[in-house]
Write a protein that binds this ligand. Sequence first.
Ligand SMILES: Cc1cc(N2CCCCCC2)n2ncc(-c3ccc(F)cc3)c2n1
Length: 258
Amino acid sequence: MLDKMKPWKNTKNSSVLRDKIEVIKEQTIPAHVAIIMDGNGRWAKKRALPRIAGHHEGMKVVRKMTKLANQLGIKRLTLYAFSTENWKRPKTEVDYLMKLPEEFLGTFLPELVEENVRVEMMGYKESLPSHTLKAIERAMNATKGNDGLVLNFALNYGSRAEIVDGVKRVLDDYKRGIISEEMLNEDSFSTYLMTKNTPDPDLLIRTSGEIRLSNFMLWQLAYTEFWFTDVLWPDFNEDHLLEAIEVYQNRQRRFGGV
Ligand SMILES: Cc1cc(N2CCCCCC2)n2ncc(-c3ccc(F)cc3)c2n1
């Protein structure tokens, strides 16, 4: 359908992008989109740049995708920004990554407030540097009244740890008589996870050609549509997000919610 539109190549033109957004909004928009933003190091390596240059370029794409997701009416955008495994990277790279939330928010928070975006975070906060956490908590506080797109950053997040911690909390509640064996089911267990009371992702996007989940939302992705692309995250643009959503819409038409 979109391919009948003007050529994709000039989507940078805002009027063409606006037209494409209107076309795609005629069909079901996924309420929750999750993205594994992969390929930043490879993008830098291809240009003989340091890895941190790829992370910085990737941060600019976060802003572009946030704006487009909000324009499309996506309710929740979850971005895998730092995994529990990422601590194994060189200290210089980790230190740089831990400064990106402040840089992103320091630059774009006024725009997020203006665009009615609410910032949230899921992950193990206690291991984050205080300067990182302070910046994120300031942004969450500044946007807590917004009811537009929820921009949810998975930071120091790991799904297996999340599930094991959830089981431990179930055991604790069971010992205290708060939950019985009969009360425990998929729905009640979901309330013990970081994603409590939030809808599972409808669409997962992973960039850079890797076809694996990398310990990301393993419980929550049980019924999610996956869309993988070879595009490296710093090269990911509006056309790619619109294409992923169009593929999602075609699958919904063909197979429905089954
Ligand atoms: C650790 C990290 C890495 C990070 N990258 C840029 C995007 C590509 C993936 C890795 C590098 N980005 N991009 C934005 C944030 C961020 C996080 C929390 C927040 F409240 C506001 C912004 C971020 N955080």
